[in-house]
Design a protein around this ligand. Sequence first.
Ligand code: NAI
Length: 294
Amino acid sequence: MTLAFSKVAIIGAGAMGRGIAQIAAQAGSQVWLYDTQPEAIAKARDAVFQQWDKLQEKGRLTAEAVAGHKSRLLGAASLQDLAECELVVEAIVERLDIKKSLFTDLEKVLAPSAVLVTNTSSLSVTAIAAALQRPAQFAGYHFFNPVPLMKVIEVIAGLKTDPAVCQRLSEFARQMGHTPVQAQDTPGFIVNHAGRGYSTEALRIVSEGIADFATIDRILRDQVGFKLGPFELFDLTALDVSHHVIEAIYHQYYEEPRYRPNVITAQRLAGGVVGKKVGEGFYKYVDGAAQVPA
Ligand code: NAI
């Protein structure tokens, strides 16, 4: 099999970057992980290596496959180390100005044929591309958390994206074992737009005193059949990501009332109780397990 991209860089070694690095290395690409916090790279590589070790223990990967995957997941010390990459996937903080500045720097380092993509949840692909010299080589490539388990990737063309770039990205999604879905460059694309109904309405139910968050989760998970309740999902995504997504979609739709953010998430973000990754969100976590209020 010829890989659509054999040399891939992932920028941002957080929750998403590490998952994307994992599935790209599993597909057979050489992967470089870069982050402004060098300790984040080491942590991400350790976490992915542990995943592979566990899969080997369960008999789902051979020792040879694990050794191969590990040899393909490298850290990078600077953007200059990424000069030969054919694809760069950005998974950094959800801020338009910071993403634009990163892509401007990347364009100076990479070959003109390189494809640059953003994993943004809610920002306009076209708005980021407007800062670039080569907007035809730029697209949205939106993964879901946790990346190895969530098998869909939204492929988003900006106004100037070359359709051949989207086709190549879709082929690579399939090579990573995922299902590509073409999405328009509209606020929240498909999934996070549909998700407004799930999360924003759940916050309204709590603020109107109709039910508490744990009850809403229990009903939607156990009775209705969603994998996670909306507040479990907030805790997994983390409010330092999802509250900004809610705000970005609301503003891009010209303050349409049905997308209005809620003070509950704004206050929790300000208080630092952002989710599972810090040990407390809507739920408190002990050894990774949510403590459900009595
Ligand atoms: P995170 O906070 O876990 O990780 C972000 C990483 O980026 C951190 O390690 C940080 O040090 C690094 N970083 C920040 N600025 C940087 C820069 N200028 N250059 C290099 N590294 C930098 O964030 P997470 O959750 O992985 O989200 C990343 C992106 O993925 C965001 O755009 C988010 O909207 C999107 N996303 C998040 C999902 C989620 O469920 N958390 C789902 C789908 C997309």
